[in-house]
Design a protein around this ligand. Sequence first.
Ligand SMILES: *[C@@H]1O[C@H](CO)[C@@H](O)[C@H](O)[C@H]1NC(C)=O
Ligand SMILES: *[C@@H]1O[C@H](CO)[C@@H](O)[C@H](O)[C@H]1NC(C)=O
Length: 461
Amino acid sequence: MKLTPLSLLVTGAIALVLPDHIAADGPQAPVTVPRDREVPQSQRQGGDHSSPSWWWDTVLPSGETIESAIDEGLQGLDAVNSGIAQVVHAADSIQDDLKNELAKVATAHGGGHHDFPDLTIYQLLHKNKFTKKFAALVEEHEDIVKLLNSTGSTNYTLFAPVDAAFDDIPEDHPKPGKDFIEAVLRYHIGVGEYRAHKILTTNTIPTALNEKFLGDEPQRLRTSLGLWGVTVNFYSRVVAADIGAKNGVVHGVRSLLGPPPMIGRVLTLFPAEFSTLLLAYEKTDFVKYIHDIKMDGSTVFAPSNRAFAALGPRANAFLFNTEKGLKYLKALLKYHIAPDATLYSDAFYDKTGDSEADGSRREHYDLKSLLHEAHIGVDMAFFAGLTSIKVNGFVNVRVRDAPGKNGVIHVVDKVLIPPCKHKHHHEADLGVFDEVSVEELMERLEPYVETDETPLDGFEL
Ligand SMILES: *[C@@H]1O[C@H](CO)[C@@H](O)[C@H](O)[C@H]1NC(C)=O
Ligand SMILES: *[C@@H]1O[C@H](CO)[C@@H](O)[C@H](O)[C@H]1NC(C)=O
């Protein structure tokens, strides 16, 4: 893949949905699932290549397979990683200067405040010699200048990338379009004032980038607290925190924050984590199915390779390698997606039109899945700045709040199985299995399996 600044920004954006322990675990092959390379091309993608797929964005142009997208994503990821390494290196060397200049380099735990109550964020940006490149971009966008210089009813939080963040973009490369850059700039602006102490108890921050794929709600930044302080979207470290302005606060960050791509694209970037899920999408022609469904945002519980492996070899063989099983697999995949409801651990964009839901923060949510009648129960627990999310009572979310253009991803290490429809069940019955029998799986999924569909012919079994 030719690496353009644009793709770098975009892949960088999600770089990283990659939490520390994924790297620690190393690549994990889907042990029980043999890869079927004989699936004809027509069965892989299906559908109309001329219009962009809702789920996969435009990243799978005609003839491209999920597999090749993964390869491409991996290459992009390598480049992003080395780019990040460079940035981190460069940022290390300027860190001392930053300290002097700002009289403070703070982590989230950090010390006193350094405020400039007479300057707006916009003016402050221009005074600061370490964010010149970002300031120059802002200068070209009148709307952004206005926003950052405004002293109205809303204060803002600017995550200003230090100049070193731009080093990995080749100078001679043509600039991305103005709209794209404006979206990038907006994604660096948090709506509301989030000082470091507030970020400690915040999981996601709404930005000035309104996203039509989220039902025109603000796209969000994910914050987390690690060894080195606050990190934004998994990879961009806050290197200078809490520079106060008349209309908000500025934090210096080490890397650019690109608006996240579509969820399908995000998943293809992490084959070590999601190759089985991607194979499942491919084998069930899921892309074609999801393409036709209009959603205003979504919540996706993405089962890791570990989750599928935990179902056991028999269930996997049934689901992936029999014609009948594929229909059950498709139902299973549908159960992991809640349409029109984007549930972050600390915010909820509810576009279901369900009058009972008021979108306010609470501890229990009952989300409608793509299986309609089968709901997904989500419980949030907050303590000491930590958040724990449990699905259907028992399944832990291992990685929360990974932003996507069209929703949010939570990574689960168990496959979610719909509650039994015919029998009365108590909570303990809500799908958690270490190994599931094929009979049990069939019973649970039976009511949701599509029957009026043209059979998936063309599979060589
Ligand atoms: C920014 O706002 C200040 C007042 O707070 C004003 O004096 C200045 O002209 C503004 N700058 C721009 C570029 O709009
Ligand atoms: C914005 O921040 C300034 C400076 O901290 C404060 O005086 C002002 O009340 C804030 N405005 C809003 C709308 O919160």
